[in-house]
Write a protein that binds this ligand. Structure first.
Ligand code: GDP
Ligand code: IMO
Ligand code: MG
Length: 422
């Protein structure tokens, strides 16, 4: 068996959580491979809404196994809060949630460092989620990290050494006057709490499962344009959000990857700072935000909104090897007179149909404008009910992206999902 990968192709919040939940019945296992509690994956079903941050979105479906892979960074306190919340709402995690011993731990001081580095950047702030993601991955790569497996042996001593090193850096950044006593207490409680879950060598587990014929869905976090190598650097997150991240973040060989599902919104959003060529800082952008409820699931920040960017998407499809597209939030554009899709960039007078090295300045989107469908899509139950103008929009996207759109989402609920034959 091969593992399928599902990931975002824009700047995050494409609707990955919903799709993973919808696809989970087809799989035995769901595995997260990168990112951490910077993610906010929303699922809605049976009138309830859940936001997952570190726990894979397959957790609501029966007895499926959910794995937090080695590529993830985990904050024990936030993980405990999230897990307890799920258990309170009647979802049993025991025996179903496995955590890689090689996943790195986000310490309270990593969150302080995140804030200190952002403050030091002044006007060039990334606008991080403040969850300590960057400093934790920095420690991992510079061989200074603490891992989940470390909690099993002599942990207090290791923790104290890492904390002292962080405090020294914080002093050098003049970041003082904080008091983390309470947070630290809660964090240590989280460390103890984690011990009741299966702490595993997840690379052995996923490969064994595939050998046994089990099916695995790998769930991406963030989006391709936030990838540390290929995103809009330096306004990115600190992990490889692309398909290759599933290989390194779970210990899967590239020949073990099957289908690669790329998730897109019918338009585009971004939270935090950084370039966004198709951003609409006008009434149209506000209308998309209002109808699409475009506010961050983690920080509550307003998401910046704009038209779909096919130049960036073509690039994202290329670096991920996407085999099928899934389009979300189509219903949000239901009331627009016309809709636009960016098919090229005008870069200081030059037309570019490929994604350039630098999109930080001088980029003007070139749009194709089409009539809107002006019809409520949210009650549609099969692709043959789509209005013609919406079909034309799909055709335009498939033509430019040279990739079929296999699933279309027309509302936040599990049920509002339409599979197409392609
Ligand atoms: P993720 O981070 O990629 O999982 O996405 P988020 O959960 O951060 O943001 C997606 C938001 O859109 C959530 O509030 C979902 O409930 C909602 N959503 C998902 N699919 C649809 C859809 O097809 N239509 C509408 N209107 N909302 C959707
Ligand atoms: P999901 O999985 C949208 C953004 C932050 C910031 C940048 C770096 O829900 O799609 P970080 O805290 O990672 O160091 O912040 O990345 N960002 C996201 N934006 N959705 C996310 O996750 C994000 N995770 C990080 O806003 O611009
Ligand atoms: Mg999100």
């Amino acid at each position: 068996m091969k593992a399928d990968v599902l990931l975002g192709l824009q700047w995050g919040d494409e609707g990955k959580g919903k799709v993973v939940d919808v696809l989970t019945p087809k799989y035995d296992v769901v595995a997260r491979f990168q990112g951490g509690p910077n993610a906010g994956h929303t699922l809605e079903f049976e009138g309830n809404k859940y936001v997952l941050r570190s726990i894979p979105s397959g957790i609501f479906q029966g007895d499926k196994v959910n794995i937090i892979g080695n590529g993830v960074v985990l904050a024990p306190d936030l993980f405990m809060d999230e897990a307890r919340e799920l258990e309170k709402s009647g979802h049993n995690l025991h025996g179903r949630l496995h955590i890689s011993k090689k996943a790195h731990l986000i310490m309270p001081t990593h969150r302080l460092l995140d804030a200190a580095y952002e403050a030091a950047k002044g006007k060039d702030k990334v606008g991080t989620t403040g969850k300590g993601i960057g400093p934790t991955y920095t420690d991992k790569v510079s061989r200074n990290g603490l891992r989940v497996g470390d909690i099993l042996d002599n942990f207090d001593e290791k923790y104290a050494a890492h904390k002292a090193r962080h405090e020294e850096i914080l002093r050098s950044l003049n970041y003082t006057g904080y008091d983390i006593t309470e947070v630290e207490h809660h964090w240590m409680e989280g460390v103890e709490y984690m011990k009741q879950f299966e702490l595993v060598d997840s690379e052995h587990e996923v490969n064994r499962l595939l050998r046994e014929g089990k099916s695995i869905l790998c769930e991406g976090a963030q989006g391709t344009m936030l990838d540390v190598d290929f995103g809009s650097y330096p306004f990115v997150t600190s992990s490889n959000t692309i398909c290759a991240g599933a290989c390194t973040g779970l210990g899967l060989g590239p020949n073990k990857i099957g289908e690669v599902y790329g998730i897109i919104k019918a338009y585009c959003t971004r939270v935090g700072a950084g370039p966004f060529p198709t951003e609409l800082c006008d009434d149209t952008g506000s209308k998309i935000r209002r109808i699409g409820h475009e506010y961050g699931a983690v920080t509550g920040r307003e998401r910046r909104c704009g038209w779909i960017d096919l130049v960036a998407l073509k690039y994202a499809i290329m670096v991920n090897g996407v085999t099928k597209l899934i389009m979300m939030k189509s219903d949000v554009l239901d009331t627009f007179e016309t809709v636009k899709a960016c098919v090229a960039y005008n870069h200081n007078g030059m037309f570019l149909d490929y994604f350039p090295y630098d999109i930080n300045s001088g980029i003007e989107p070139v749009y194709v404008e089409m009539p809107g469908w002006k019809q409520d899509l949210s009650h549609i139950t099969s692709a043959d009910q789509f209005p013609q103008a919406f079909r034309d929009y799909i055709t335009l996207l498939e033509h430019h992206l040279e990739t079929p759109i296999a699933i279309i989402s027309v509302g936040p609920d599990r049920e509002q999902t339409i599979e197409r034959n392609c």
